[in-house]
Ligand binder design. Structure first.
Ligand code: ATP
Length: 600
């Protein structure tokens, strides 16, 4: 666990841990049970000192075997109760730790995936991941052990001192004076050992990443004859790790020596002072034994509390980070009373004077006063140079962002008045880089409609011209696609993404054509699949291909977020110099190449 815990920043304010109480609320019974077990075991541990006193005074000193048997019986009884209590405490406390961290993980993930996509531009996925894994693991350790250790030892500390005073006030004064003398040096060495084990872990991690990089890029490494240099570099990393380890071992050795000298020295001093008291008849031998026991317990509890204090601080840091995530609010707010779509959804889109700027660039209008009508069932291509605002417009249609001016309506209903789920249920998105999730081909197609039957799923694959190649895969529809679909070719991935959209059967299709060149055969198949998909649906396509722009009903030419021209391919080639130039660059088509006057 240490390696996970060490690299997260602690917080000074361990009070934030209180916020985690809300996650404990459902498990009141377990918390009460664990608390009872905790107090019970602490009490038993404390009374073991009295057991020792009995054993010595009545068992040995009385000289009668019967008394010894009796004293031992009491002692064993206490030990048995302690064992049962410890089992219960350990089980319940660990259970609560695991349960609560599982709940927090779910709560954070459930919340995070509802946040607006813009949130993830400023919050990197790696950071969110580590909050859900590392920070919750940290909390699990703390709730599942550190808090219990701290409470138990606090009880032992207070109880131990009370018993010490009862047993012998004079010796107690001595112990209280000497506790800091013993504990402080041990803490100092302990802290140094911990700091060094952290840098030890860091240096081992850098050794690991060095090996990883070298092996991953072994061909480049060998092609550049870099072996000798890498051997030297690696050697340096390993030696550094060794030096740090030696420093740690050195401090550790001192720590053990200090513990033995100081703790046993203090016990010797206590035995000496106490022994004289016993000899003089001021206290019994049993009282002295019990006293040494309590003194050790008090010292150990101080040590344990200071050990877990660091954990508590780190857990407070983790809590702050998790609360921050839980407190993040989505900017895409579903309306209180969402309007329904008409019973027969047509798929008509109207954009009126739409203005939009990204939150990170508020003074630049990525979409500027854009007015466009897309009649139900028609197709429109968006074209324009890079950065013209095509993807932004598609994001607005999916309501990943809200427009700042003007309005977008779907079948006459303003997007803001619809619940995002209702809107997105009518839309299918086929992105430029088809996104496949780890799983089987069937899982990936079913992403479009998890309730679809086997037959419907295969039907969709056929319509997407994907059935044949899927059948040829080793396990057909049950073949794994690998992480992100690495086991499939680009064209195959696209056809699966298209099958997914076909299975969803949306009213509005948003298509971002792939720019990467496919071979002629795949290109042909993907085009065929797309034609089927676009039939009878409202389609907005970010077009990069001549084959697409010549087939759509209308082409909207965007320039710096504004509508520069609207018309068919033939019309635009004649009337829009911007389009003509764009087309000539894009398609490199002799027939369509504009004359030099046209191309500005
Ligand atoms: N998340 C973002 N935050 C801030 N600005 C952005 C963001 N995404 C895009 N932009 C900016 O908005 C403008 C429009 O970008 P958009 O991605 O819509 O262009 P595009 O026409 O789709 O370009 P391409 O063809 O290269 O994909 C660009 O100036 C871009 O820099």
């Amino acid at each position: 666990m240490a390696d996970v815990n060490e690299n997260r920043d602690p917080s000074k304010n361990i009070g934030v841990l209180k916020a985690m109480l809300q996650f404990l609320r459902p498990y009141k019974a377990q918390v009460v049970g664990a608390s009872i077990a905790l107090v019970f075991t602490a009490t038993i541990t404390l009374s073991i000192g009295q057991g020792i006193r009995l054993l010595v005074d009545e068992g040995f000193a009385s000289g009668t075997p019967a008394m010894l048997n009796h004293a031992l019986l009491v002692f064993m009884g206490l030990v048995f109760l302690l064992a049962v209590g410890t089992f219960t405490r350990f089980y319940l406390v660990s259970w609560i730790g695991e349960r609560v961290s599982a709940d927090i993980r779910k709560a954070v993930f459930d919340h995070v995936i509802t946040l607006h996509p813009g949130f993830f531009e400023t919050n990197l996925s790696g950071e969110i991941q580590s909050r859900i894994t590392t920070d919750t693991t940290l909390l699990q350790t703390v709730i599942g052990s550190s808090v219990s250790i701290a409470l138990r030892n606090a009880l032992m500390f207070v109880g131990g001192i009370v018993w010490l005073i009862i047993t012998n006030p004079k010796l107690t004064g001595m112990v209280l004076l000497s506790v800091p003398l013993i504990v402080v040096p041990i803490l100092v060495f302990g802290r140094r050992v911990r700091a060094l084990s952290r840098s030890s872990q860091d240096s081992i991690a850098s050794v690991g990443s060095f090996v990883g990089e070298a092996i991953k890029n072994i061909k480049v490494l060998q092609a550049f004859n870099y072996q000798e240099r890498d051997k030297a570099l690696f050697g340096r990393h390993v030696e550094e790790a060794f030096q740090i380890a030696i420093r740690r071992i050195n401090q550790r050795a001192w720590l053990s020596t200090a513990v033995i000298l100081l703790v046993l020295g203090a016990i010797a001093a206590m035995l000496w002072v106490g022994g004289h008291d016993v000899l003089a008849g001021r206290i019994s031998a049993g009282e002295l034994a019990a006293f040494v026991f309590y003194a050790l317990m008090v010292a150990a509890s101080v040590g344990a509390i200071s050990e877990v204090y660091g954990d508590l601080q780190r857990a407070a840091g983790a809590t702050e980070r998790l609360l921050e995530l839980l407190a993040a609010r989505s900017l895409i707010v579903p309306p209180e009373q969402p309007l329904p779509l008409p019973a027969m959804v047509q798929g008509e889109l109207q954009m009126k004077a739409v203005c939009f700027a990204y939150p990170s660039r508020p003074d630049y209008l990525a979409i500027n006063n854009l007015t466009l009508d897309v009649p139900a069932g028609s197709s429109m291509a968006l074209v324009g140079s890079s950065g013209a605002g095509k993807s932004t417009l598609v994001d607005l249609l999916l309501r990943f962002y809200d427009v700042q001016g003007g309005s977008i309506t779907f079948d006459g209903v303003e997007l803001r008045d619809l619940s995002p789920e209702t809107l997105r249920a009518q839309i299918a998105l086929v992105p430029q880089q088809p996104v496949l999730f780890t799983g089987t081909v069937a899982d990936n197609i079913r992403y479009g409609n998890p309730d679809a039957s086997e037959a419907q799923m295969i039907e969709a694959a056929k319509a997407a011209y994907a059935h044949e190649f899927i059948e040829r895969l080793p396990e057909g529809y049950e073949s794994f696609v690998g992480e992100g679909g690495v086991r499939l070719s680009g064209g195959q991935r696209q056809r699966i993404a298209i099958a997914r959209a076909i299975l969803k059967d949306p009213k509005l299709l948003l298509l971002d054509e792939a720019t990467s060149a496919l071979d002629a055969e795949s290109e042909f198949q993907v085009q065929q699949a797309l034609q089927r998909l676009m039939k009878d649906r409202t389609t907005i396509v970010i077009a990069h291909r001549l084959a697409t722009v010549v087939k759509v009903d209308k082409i909207a030419v965007l320039d710096h977020g504004q509508l520069a021209a609207l018309g068919s391919h033939g019309e635009l080639i004649k009337n829009s110099p911007l389009y003509a130039r764009w087309a000539s660059l894009q398609f490199d088509h002799a027939d369509d190449t504009p004359t030099s006057e046209e191309s500005q």
